[in-house]
Design a binder for this molecule. Structure first.
Ligand SMILES: CC(=O)SCCNC(=O)CCNC(=O)[C@H](O)C(C)(C)COP(=O)(O)OP(=O)(O)OC[C@H]1O[C@@H](n2cnc3c(N)ncnc32)[C@H](O)[C@@H]1OP(=O)(O)O
Length: 526
């Protein structure tokens, strides 16, 4: 997908980063090295299985990432197994391993059949003297020897000057020169502790780029990771190291999806397919357990959501009114949300999605009630909106599906549940098993309903409203039948009851009204 236009910057294949300099790059000159599986996995508590690494690597490869650092072979036998799983996939991307500046690490990487290695050598005096107890001269010498050794083994080699942003740049340049003289394919400027200003990154990369191809590796301790990656590119780097969702040590690495969208939107450069970004973000979040902040660029839940009336009205008039780029560009969809800041246009549009049309007075009354609900801090779901609309119109609706009884049992055996439902005039009971009590109850519900009342659970989300083991939980679901979907939330101290209630409320909303002349319910699934 090509950038469809940023009104203030160039979008053709040539771009210039005027802020930093008059550097000009063409699309294709920037490549990405994804290190989610190595530096990203170094985030505390994260450990990816071979299958998870393989799955993420396949998706990165399909998205066009040039290189994937699959892990640190020196870590353990189990880690080598995960790297081998990735190297066995036969991907187009170059698969690499992290190595310290010691031959043993390179040999262990070779055992994993990687295409290349990142030989990480200390660059700042703090790291040279304080960490590895060496000298500048010794590090330069051993780096040259190790690069020559790795090249003899047929490996692609990148030397990373660790803590390079805090190094004496004269020395960093000497280190890069030694690495290139020994045959290194590239050198990487590393802002290892995320300490650098954009200007300092620019100066460092500018000097290194005189000696050969340079990459830039930035961290987000100052919130400058993306800016610093762009500064590196402006100074002549052509490879950006980063991780999906910016996971990594401390405040994390640069978020690759943020660099990708910034390059695409602002400069018309696309080192990876932007349409894959959300899928990658969701996959990595799920695999690592590191949640996405709702306001995160590209992948946050709210990145393409509009609640306030003025924004919603503007967006309904022109989708680009309050968005820099369309959600489809990163594989997402826009959401209009109702709450305290809602206005008439947004409420009218939300009702129209459920084939409900109101006159101006009724609409104003619904808007007021929506605002009141939103002011209580409650998320206004489709079910809430439809209930308010019915109330305002003075029409009551007869429920078609109702939970009469629910029992769930869990423990060390297989979780099981039984339900009793009313479906129209019919009373139905069924039992089911599942991976947990909620799953078992859902299985029982589906069995009781039968294929005639089938539904699809689009999303399921649980939040504890209060703390402690007696917490009240809210379950938010989105349920669909055919082309229609509704969002519902239900709260209860029992998560199984809240889950079943939410799903049945949603299904009830999706079924045609018993009294069909109401005309304000969605058509049935056929
Ligand atoms: C900036 C980064 O992201 S660095 C990458 C971080 N990644 C990792 O640490 C990978 C996981 N690490 C591990 O599994 C372990 O630390 C191992 C297997 C690598 C080493 O374990 P141990 O031998 O027990 O050493 P330990 O972890 O205590 O200390 C690290 C050693 O590596 C040495 N070292 C650190 N960086 C380098 C380097 N760039 N080049 C050479 N040696 C280095 C340290 O000096 C220290 O050696 P010492 O024990 O002789 O003092």
């Amino acid at each position: 997908m090509k950038s469809d236009g940023n009104e203030t910057t160039t979008t053709d294949s040539e771009f210039s980063m005027d802020f930093f300099s008059n550097t000009t790059l063409s699309d294709g000159d920037v490549q990405f090295l994804d290190t989610t599986l190595r530096d990203g996995e170094q985030a505390p508590g994260v450990s990816l299985s071979p299958d998870q690494k393989a799955d993420i690597a396949r998706r990165l490869d399909r998205a066009g990432v040039a290189a994937i650092e699959a892990g640190s072979a020196c870590t353990s036998a189990a880690e080598r197994e995960t790297i081998q799983r990735v190297t066995s996939l036969g991907l187009d991307a170059r698969i690499t391993s992290f190595c310290r500046g010691v031959q043993r690490d390179v040999d262990l990487a070779l055992d994993c059949d990687v295409d290349g290695v990142h030989i990480v050598v200390p660059a700042s005096d703090r790291h040279i003297e304080g960490k590895v107890g060496s000298t500048r001269e010794e590090v330069v010498e051993t780096t040259g020897e190790l690069v020559a050794y790795a090249k003899e083994q047929g490996l692609w080699v990148e030397v990373i000057g660790e803590d390079g942003s805090r190094a004496d740049y004269d020395y960093l340049e000497a280190q890069a020169e030694a690495a290139f003289d020994a045959g290194a394919d590239r050198f990487c400027f590393a802002d290892t502790v995320g300490h650098s200003s954009p200007e300092a990154v620019y100066r460092g990369v500018d000097r290194l780029a005189d000696h050969g191809p340079v990459g830039v590796h930035t961290h987000d301790d100052l919130g400058l990771a993306v800016t610093n990656a762009l500064a590196g590119l402006a100074a002549g780097a052509d490879l950006v190291h980063g991780t999906i969702n910016g996971i990594g040590e401390r405040a994390g690495n640069v978020a690759l999806e943020e660099v990708a969208i910034a390059l695409w939107h602002c400069y018309g450069v696309e080192p990876m397919a932007t349409e894959s970004l959300y899928d990658l973000a969701a996959t990595v979040s799920e695999a690592t357990g590191v949640r996405l902040p709702p306001n995160k660029a590209v992948s946050g839940e709210n990145a393409f959501a509009h609640e306030s009336g003025i924004h919603t009205d503007g967006t309904l008039k022109d989708e680009r009114m309050y968005e820099p780029y369309p959600p489809e560009a990163v594989g997402r969809e826009r959401r209009l949300v109702l709450g305290k800041h809602a206005g008439r246009a947004g409420v009218r549009a939300a009702l129209a999605e459920h084939d409900v049309e109101l006159d101006d007075d009724a609409l104003a009354a619904v808007v007021e009630r929506v605002k009141t609900l939103g002011e209580k801090g409650k998320r206004v779901t489709d079910a809430d909106l439809l209930t308010i609309a019915e109330d305002v119109r003075g029409r009551s609706r007869e429920r078609r599906v109702e939970l009469l009884d629910l029992t769930a049992a869990s423990g060390q055996g297989t979780p099981s549940a039984s339900v009793r439902l009313r479906v129209d005039d019919d009373e139905r009971s069924a039992a089911g098993t599942g991976s947990g009590p909620v799953d078992a109850a859902m299985s029982a519900v589906r069995q009781a309903l039968g294929s005639e009342f089938s539904f699809h659970l689009e999303s399921y989300h649980v939040d504890a409203i209060t703390g402690g083991t007696d917490a009240v939980v809210t379950v938010d679901v989105e349920v669909s039948r055919g082309d229609h979907s509704v969002s519902v939330s239900a709260s209860d101290a029992d998560i199984t009851v809240a889950s079943v209630t939410a799903v049945l409320d949603a299904l009830d909303r999706l079924l045609p009204a018993a009294d069909t002349d109401e005309g304000d319910t969605v058509p049935a699934d056929d």
